[in-house]
Design a binder for this molecule. Structure first.
Ligand code: PEP
Ligand code: MN
Length: 340
């Protein structure tokens, strides 16, 4: 439920109404802007009498949110959410932000080569997996915490932020210490304990869409993070399972438009895991900018043929640079700009 106050409502009006609701056991989540005082009422609001609340002094409007997600909805918050990282990079504002790096962190040398090149081409955030969700238990599982420390060290040298996947709560403390954005992978989108745990931190979260999840399920997962107190959530469309086998997954590009309609949260695209083929990455990235996404997360490897994971979908640094140039050109006629 959303309550909007009149322009001339006093502070006392707001406090009186909120105290009334708190005494009944409801939570309050403020969503006010400079122009308007508005807050959400959290809990089983079916038991609340809308007409009774409307007659409290200073109340302009009482509205029920019909979607199952509340805090993630546009009804709750009209202004787009922006996520600003410690290095000053903002996702969800007027800049199209590109995150890039290897699928997996493999060694210090590998990471430094790739990070240096993607930074030069205009990436603002270094991606890299250190705990890898592999389909086979015999495949490379990642360097773990050592890999995480390597990422931090190299990113600091270059002035980049880092995003990496957290697979379980046992490493949360180290992630809070070292990471700028915690990635929740597609396979964990509905790991509700993990969502609650990252929701209790104040570290921004990149929430990837599940392999076969609907947009509503995806937003419900975002709701778990928001409801636990963390409002720094970035959504990531990374392709979904369909009957089509030519590509690894099917990029649901219209999901960006749906999210922009339904939610205030920023949304980026991962063309690498969607397509599974490097030849398609540049075109899908241009399409992502054109459709109104807030950014990209792209896999880059200097020796894709030797990569320990996802070489087939990794761009070589030169191709990545070409893609960034074309994105910059396209962005001159789009609302979001690519700044290299
Ligand atoms: C990844 O980004 O490395 C990854 C494993 O992605 P996803 O969870 O989308 O499969
Ligand atoms: Mn990968």
């Amino acid at each position: 439920m959303i309550i909007q106050m009149k322009k001339d409502a006093t502070k006392e009006d707001v406090v009186k109404l909120q105290e009334f609701l708190k005494e009944k056991g409801f939570g309050i989540k403020d969503a006010s802007s400079d122009e308007v005082t508005v807050f959400g009422v959290l809990g089983d609001v079916k038991t609340l009498d809308q007409d009774q609340l409307s007659v409290f002094p200073g109340v302009a409007n009482v509205a029920r949110i019909s979607s199952p997600y509340k805090l993630a909805s546009k009804a709750f918050k009209q202004n787009p959410t922006t996520v600003t990282l410690k290095n000053g990079v903002t996702i969800g504002a007027d800049e199209f932000i590109v995150m890039a790096g290897p699928c997996s962190v493999e060694s210090e040398e590998q990471l430094r080569i790739i990070a240096t090149q993607v930074k030069e081409s205009g990436a603002k955030i270094l991606r890299g997996g250190v705990f890898k969700p592999r389909t086979s238990p015999y495949a490379f599982q990642g360097l773990g915490i050592e890999g995480l420390k390597l990422m931090r060290k190299i990113a600091d040298e270059l002035g980049l932020a880092i995003v990496t996947e957290l697979m379980g709560t046992e490493h949360l403390e180290e992630f809070v210490k070292y990471v700028d954005i915690i990635q929740i992978g597609a396979r964990n989108m509905q790991n509700f304990d993990l969502l609650k745990a990252v929701g209790k931190t104040n570290v921004p979260v990149l929430l990837k869409r599940g392999l076969s999840s609907t947009i509503e399920e995806w937003l419900m997962s975002a709701e778990y993070i928001l409801a636990n107190g963390n409002d720094q959530v970035i959504l990531c469309e990374r392709g979904i399972r369909t009957f089509e086998k030519y590509t690894r997954n099917t990029l649901d590009i219209s999901a960006v438009l749906a999210i922009k309609e339904l939610s205030h949260l920023p949304v980026i695209i991962d063309p690498s895991h969607a397509a599974g083929r490097w030849e398609m990455i540049e075109s899908l990235s241009l399409a992502s900018l054109a459709v109104g996404a807030d950014g990209l997360i792209v896999e880059v490897h200097h020796q894709p043929e030797l990569a320990l994971s996802d070489g087939a979908q990794s761009l070589k640094p030169k191709k990545f640079d070409h893609m960034m140039k074309r994105l910059e050109e396209l962005s001159t006629v789009m609302d979001k700009k690519v700044k290299r």
